[in-house]
Design a protein. Sequence first.
Length: 271
Amino acid sequence: MKLEAGQVAVVTGAASGIGLGLAGAFAARGMPVVLSDLRADEVRASAARVADEHGVATLAMTTDVRDPESVEALAQATVDRFGRVDVICNNAGVMGPQGPSWELDPAVFRWLVDVALLGVVHGVRSFVPRMIEAGRGHVLNTASMAGLMPLPGITPYGAAKHGVVGFTESLRAELAMHAPSVGATVLCPGYVPSDIGVSSRQVNPADVPLAPLDAAATAGLPQEDLTMEDVTSQALAAIEADRAHAIVYRGGGYEAGIRARVQGVLDDLVN
Ligand SMILES: NC(=O)c1ccc[n+]([C@@H]2O[C@H](COP(=O)([O-])OP(=O)(O)OC[C@H]3O[C@@H](n4cnc5c(N)ncnc54)[C@H](O)[C@@H]3O)[C@@H](O)[C@H]2O)c1
């Protein structure tokens, strides 16, 4: 779908990081943007900044993507305010405690799946019917490189992100059958510096305590850092090309990891 001035984008998890970057990238195209996040003050400030910087209308919404009614209210508020919705970015995410999967509490898995996977599902359930009715639209779901290859130590995160990849690929197939004017893309970035460690400590549920932020938490990832511009420009290009995956990385480490995983699946295709 070609992105044009006047179309309307909605981004969850838009108070900071990739979500805020996406909001700015749509606004730079002259598109009004709805920025939504669980962190109310932060998302209000970010929406005001995007409006100031790009001269487009923005709307800030406090949304909990774990709650289908909250996401439905986001969709309705978008249509009430702007009369249309063209792009939904289901982007909210959190980073939980790390360690071998058998040592992590089930509450950690529940939180990650609730936010990162069911948050995407709720976004699709509320926005896609409106897009089908309008005869146009695109869904961008944020997964991660952790959804395309194993990353030991963050299995709840990886499991949820693999879920987002699989969900989006199947969603695309369903849309191709039932509503070909609506597209879907899964965004899989490598590591881009963000405050996910900080924001996760502001929104973690009581049954998922998080130790103080350890600056070394991202050490060992097999890649150079991306810039926000790398992520947002490739995400928007993938929407316009209606590609299934926007896989954004630098250098060879992640590519080798993905190739090894896919080759491992192919090697095991025996019957
Ligand atoms: N930063 C990276 O290296 C990286 C790489 C790959 C994928 N991602 C994914 O990108 C997305 C954005 O992460 P980021 O790195 O920009 O971090 P971020 O912390 O800046 O953004 C995540 C946002 O989600 C919000 N959020 C958390 N729980 C929520 C809930 N229940 N409802 C609504 N909003 C909620 C947070 O308040 C935060 O603003 C996440 O899905 C993350 O998993 C990040």
